[in-house]
Every structure is written in C-alpha cells, then in structure tokens.
Design a protein around this ligand. Sequence first.
Ligand SMILES: Cc1cc2nc3c(=O)[nH]c(=O)nc-3n(C[C@H](O)[C@H](O)[C@H](O)COP(=O)(O)OP(=O)(O)OC[C@H]3O[C@@H](n4cnc5c(N)ncnc54)[C@H](O)[C@@H]3O)c2cc1C
Length: 289
Amino acid sequence: MFATEFEYQKASSVSEALQLLSGNGEAKILAGGHSLIPIMKLRLARPGKVIDIGGISELKGISVENGTLRIGALTTHAEIVASEQVRTASGILWETAYGIGDPQVRNRGTIGGNVAHADPASDLPTVLKVMNATFNIQGQSGSRSVSADDFFIGAFTTALGDDEILTGVSMPVLAENQHAEYAKMAHPATSFAVVGAACVVTMDHHNCTAARVAVGGLTPTPMRGPSVEQALAGQELTAENITAATGLIVKDVGSDLIGDIFASAEYRTAMAAIELKHAVFHATGLAHH
Ligand SMILES: Cc1cc2nc3c(=O)[nH]c(=O)nc-3n(C[C@H](O)[C@H](O)[C@H](O)COP(=O)(O)OP(=O)(O)OC[C@H]3O[C@@H](n4cnc5c(N)ncnc54)[C@H](O)[C@@H]3O)c2cc1C
C-alpha cells in the first residue's frame, strides 16, 4: 500500500526543524524511516507533513565526558556498533545494538528513532531503562531532560511533545565492578524482542551489592523488577541464587501484559524469568556467548 499524500521538508538544523514543527500537529519527524515509513504505508500514520532531520550533523555523534556516555539522537545502530567508546563505556549497549534487526536496519535505524517510536518490542528502551539513561529534549522554548522512568509513557507513547525533538541520550559509564547484560527471545523474522531482559549488577568479589533489572516486550513500557533487585542485592551470585531471584520477576509484572499471535502473556511472563536469568548468568560470567 502507498502512504497518503504528504508534504516533505528537509531541515538543516535543529532550530529549523523545530520551526517547521511548531504549531503543526500534523507533522512527523523522519530519522532513519525504518518505523515511520512502514506505518505510513500501512496508513496507521497519515502525517500531513514529514520533516526529514537525517542531514542534521549536530544530532549525530558519540562522546564520553566526566563519566557520562552521550549519544546523539541521529546516531545509527551501526555507528554505535562501530564505536570503541561505546564498547568500553557500556558494553551492554554495544552488544544490544549489534543484535538489532539486520545490517540494513542497523545502517538506517537511529537510537533516537528507536526510543521515540517506543515499540514495546524494541531492545533499546529496556537497556536504556536499566542503564538509568537520560533523554535530552529540545523545544522552541528551550531544552529539558527526562529520566528513562518518565520518558516511556505507554506503548508507542513517550514524554516527547508534538513540537519537540529528541536530541540525544546520556547514561553513566559503567564502573569496573558493574557488569551489565541484555538477553532476548528474538522474533525469528525481525529480531525484535518477544521478551528482552537487562541487568546491571554491582559486585564486590562474588557478592552482589546492588542490582538493577528491566524487562521489555511483556508490558507496554519496559518495567523494572524490584523483587528481583532486592533478592539479588547482598547475595553471593551462585547459579542457585540467581535462578531463585530472577524467578521473582513474576511477582513484579502486574496485570497490564502483552499477549498476541507471537506469544501469549503467560508465555512471555515465563520467558521473562528465563531471559533475566540468562542476562545475570552472562553478567556474572556463569555463562558465555
Ligand atoms: C525489519 C526490521 C527489524 C527491526 N528489528 C529491530 C530489533 O531487533 N530491535 C529493535 O530494537 N529495533 C528493531 N527495528 C527498529 C529499528 O531499529 C529502528 O530503530 C526503528 O525503526 C526507528 O528508528 P528510525 O531512525 O528508523 O526512526 P523513524 O522511523 O524515522 O522514526 C520513528 C518515530 O520516531 C520519531 N522520531 C525519530 N527521530 C526523532 C527525534 N530525534 N526526535 C523526535 N522524534 C523522532 C518519528 O517521528 C517517528 O514517529 C527493526 C526495524 C525493522 C524495519
């Protein structure tokens, strides 16, 4: 199917893109186009105007400064995979980007487009949630920062206003005693996460002093697992302790669960515990890729 007719405009700077967006609720930003174009062709989106930000160089780039990794919104998944800085500062993000889709998707898809689209099956929202990332947003009246907990509001819904642009994502560089991993049950056709699970464990030798976990694909927005985090913290991370702690995710999932033709809510819940166990096993070196 063809998309409905729309006006196309290419912005050469963030301020020009914001001007084009201003007061135009019908307009949509185009980054890599790997989500927007398909939903326009399916006529699930019918924007009157498409504003192409693909040539705005100020939205690209990766830097590490004062313990913070910052990635411009227009940075592609392939550029993240090619970055030694990301690999060193946040191996979990590097590895997750490597597992997105296929080379074509990684070459066009951007980190900003991925999180702004907020598909519950995307990998990056889960990983950015567990990494305590901050989302940097620019509007006509200034900029603001939103935490991962507040950025993802619902399936395909974020804190971004109609007239705002996501300029980048920042996150703390992992400390030497912090180990982070992401594991997913990938959809065989697209690699999207049927269920994805991420963890960051802070270790003192074999003992876990703090843990953060997040699960995606199961609920409209990625969720944390407080019961799992409490059970992991203060424990020696043996295979038995990890299995018992990650199984507690079923206590945290609530009732707003996704079930569809790929996998029922019950199946996704069971897989959440398994993928979370895989993530912590990998993080602690009990399993290897
Ligand atoms: C076949 C296929 C397989 C895929 N597999 C995976 C996978 O395994 N894991 C995964 O996580 N993802 C996967 N994806 C998604 C892909 O990774 C892209 O990240 C995603 O499609 C969106 O990025 P984009 O740059 O193409 O955004 P676009 O399609 O251009 O935009 C998506 C949405 O975000 C908005 N937007 C984009 N940039 C900004 C910005 N800077 N500020 C404000 N709003 C913005 C747009 O207006 C639009 O609403 C797959 C996609 C395809 C087509």
